[in-house]
Design a protein around this ligand. Structure first.
Ligand code: SAH
Length: 347
């Protein structure tokens, strides 16, 4: 396996000395440059719907929460695809809650639209869906499936996703792999009840699953959810509870780069939300190589409220484009061209 072993990972997660941590950032940035280069791939994120049948205790679009719900019309989706093409993005990520109205046929139509009309690579991120649906979307041309496992600790998983099982989520990832998708997963950092040990196991699981994409963001409490105020009975003692900070998140990004050197790793919106000044830069200089600007129509953006005060939620796609170009150039890097898929399969 690449990178540090479990005890090495744990030592880094607990490291507080800034000069030692500078070594980790340097190493991760070096591996990033050597393995996936200086391109920062741009993935246009389109949130299709905030309807959801699940009750995830961390998530602001969970079923039952009083919230104005939306679902993009076919015309709105087509406009998003045209915008992605105009802005030069090679990939669109179609994401949504687990919305039963996003039927097999409807999503297959969206995939065909993105491929034929705009020539885009398509990543789907629609939650846990059946084998038949995954197969139909792959046949329609979908390239990648993104499903964060959120935590590798089966007990914690049950607590944050009532009625769901980790094994079942991992099975969806395996099935997607068998169908020929590039596969992405990831976790939230600092979920109440998350220990350093379980976070180390998350990172080892990324390597074991041999992922093409790994998304890592800090947990951000949503006051209108059961995990909204970190209930003391859920929190571990301070020495054991992983903090949901930008530094801890970038430690996980850096360690992920070391164990999955060829993966595509985004500097996430959640990271930019906990550090609005420089969250993206911290991610991109500590192992990340992907930026996912939102293409969701402005009137719906705030309604995809998985957590509050999301970064960039009030910005137009055009102003995001200007901002990210400037910031990527400021790091001496270049925006990626083309679909920016799998760099190379692990040996
Ligand atoms: N229904 C899809 C998409 C969910 S939203 C699915 O289940 O995969 C995409 C991601 O948002 C989730 O995977 C989760 O990691 C993240 N998310 C949700 N609530 C969050 C919160 N309160 N803080 C940080 N990230 C959150």
């Amino acid at each position: 396996m690449n990178g540090p072993d479990r005890s090495g990972i744990l030592a880094w997660l607990r490291e507080t000395d800034e000069s030692r941590l500078a070594e980790l950032w340097h190493e991760a940035d070096g591996v990033r440059r050597e393995r996936v280069g200086d391109e920062v791939h741009l993935r246009g994120l389109v949130e299709l719907s905030n309807f959801c049948r699940q009750q995830c205790r961390y998530c602001g679009i969970r079923a039952g929460r009083r919230l104005e719900r939306f679902r993009l019309s076919d015309d709105e989706l087509a406009e998003c695809m045209d915008l992605a093409k105009r802005l030069g993005y090679g990939t669109v990520v179609l994401q949504a809650g687990e919305d039963p109205e996003l039927t097999t046929e409807r999503v297959a139509g969206y995939v065909r639209l993105a491929k034929c009309r705009a020539g885009l690579a398509v990543t789907l991120s629609l939650g846990e869906r059946d084998d038949d649906e995954l197969a139909a979307w792959r046949a329609a041309g979908a390239d990648r499936y993104l499903l964060k496992h959120e935590t590798s600790d089966a007990e914690l998983y049950r607590r944050i996703r009532p009625g769901c099982e980790l094994a079942q989520r991992l099975q969806v990832l395996r099935r997607a792999r068998e169908l020929g998708y590039e596969v992405g997963s990831g976790v939230m950092v600092g979920i109440p009840g998350q220990s350093y040990e379980s976070l180390a196991d998350d990172i080892l699981l990324f390597a074991e699953l041999d992922l093409e994409m790994v998304g890592v963001g800090p947990f951000i409490a949503h006051p209108d959810t059961p995990l909204g105020c970190a209930a003391p009975e859920l929190m571990l003692p301070e020495c054991e509870q992983v903090p949901a900070t930008d530094e801890m998140t970038t430690k996980v990004i850096a360690l992920t780069r070391l164990v999955c050197p060829d993966a595509n790793i985004p500097a996430t919106t959640a990271l930019a939300t906990v550090n609005t000044e420089s969250g993206r830069e911290l991610g991109l200089t500590r192992g990340a190589n992907v930026w996912m600007p939102s293409l969701t129509p402005g009137r719906y953006r705030a309604l995809y409220e998985i957590y509050p005060n999301r970064a960039c939620v009030g910005d137009s796609a055009e102003s995001c484009q200007e901002c990210l170009q400037r910031r990527i150039a400021g790091l001496g890097r270049v925006p990626g061209r083309g679909p920016g898929g799998r760099a190379r399969r692990a040996q």
